[in-house]
Design a protein around this ligand. Sequence first.
Ligand SMILES: *[C@@H]1O[C@H](CO)[C@@H](O)[C@H](O)[C@H]1NC(C)=O
Length: 399
Amino acid sequence: MRNRILIIASTILSILLIITVSLLIHRARKQQSVSYVYGKRHDSPMSSSSSSSATTFFVSTTPADTSSSIITSTSTATTTTTTTTTTTTSASKPSLKICPTATWSKKGITVAGGTDSGSGLNQLTIPVDMFVDSEDAIYIADSFNHRIVKWNPGAREGIVVAGDTSGNRTHELNYVTGLFVDSEESIYVADNHNHRVQKFKKDSKHATTLIGEYGPGSGINQINNCWGLYVDKQFNIYVSEHSNHRITKWSPGAKIGQRVAFVAKPLGIHVDESNDDVYVASYSGNCVYRYDKDRKPVQRIGEKVLDSPYDFAFLPGFDSNNRDIIIADSEHHRVVKMNLDKPDLVTIIAGITNQGGSSAEEFNEPRRVRFDSKGNLLVLDSNNNRVQKFLIENNKCDS
Ligand SMILES: *[C@@H]1O[C@H](CO)[C@@H](O)[C@H](O)[C@H]1NC(C)=O
């Protein structure tokens, strides 16, 4: 009799224990499913993050989840997962530094396109933006083909990673003008004629609309004629709106943008994430503006030397000691280097003939400049439907 009571009691206790444990596991899973861990990595040669920040990490929530309290709640299971994921994503490359005295070859090598315009996979038709990832793959906004193509290093043709047919459905794009790829390999597209910013998650053919759900216009929940995109490490999106003459910043999940700047016909945008300065190329102002973190225009360079600058890149290693930027001086068909502290000094880096053409030394409307992981200069030579690579020749700072 006593034995039987003991058995029943221990069975009840075991059942209670099992129920408690499964409830705890269920709770931990639920919390885990709404929290994501993003590893900061040096994914963009134009980002100016210092090598120290490249190894730091932060925890962020999904755009839909604005409650950060979930992250800080004390659940052992969540904390353990966070630590593990953080460790596995910590492999980051040292950031590249280019000396102010560095030079590049005068003749470009075609690394994408270069055949006549067309819609073949080895062709481009008036490409207007490009992004180089940490593996040196080149993503191209192939505007008239309504698609984003990815050219891996050494490839003879591209892979379509977004779009392909013109339209406004989730798998379609209509005249693509801006492009950014984040650390999770999501692709952000300025879908110009649809007046929207689309996000294609890695390997997805369908996009979600992040900005522009309310049709084109100048309202603070609208955009009009978007051309430049920049996505920072916190996944805020900066958009240049050519027709609204403004730059707007959109927090993750936001339905309303914040005005950052009013600029005449703005195109390329880059953010110095070390101090929150925003730089923007003004196509009709023939200059590059710098806005400080208080959104005040604090500098303007190039208005006496540039003609319709389209975009620019920070020289890798850009910091308060060396503020060199490389500019696509599109209507002069050349690429120049300027320094924010010596605005009278202009160095022609590529396109040395100063006139439009299609030889290895010439461009026909160069529109974007980027660097690969070795410091080679990549130029989107739009009207020649190609990307040209200029090899870095000398990068010894002490010589
Ligand atoms: C999408 O395209 C279709 C067909 O051209 C058109 O009828 C519709 O109005 C468009 N929708 C939006 C939101 O622009």
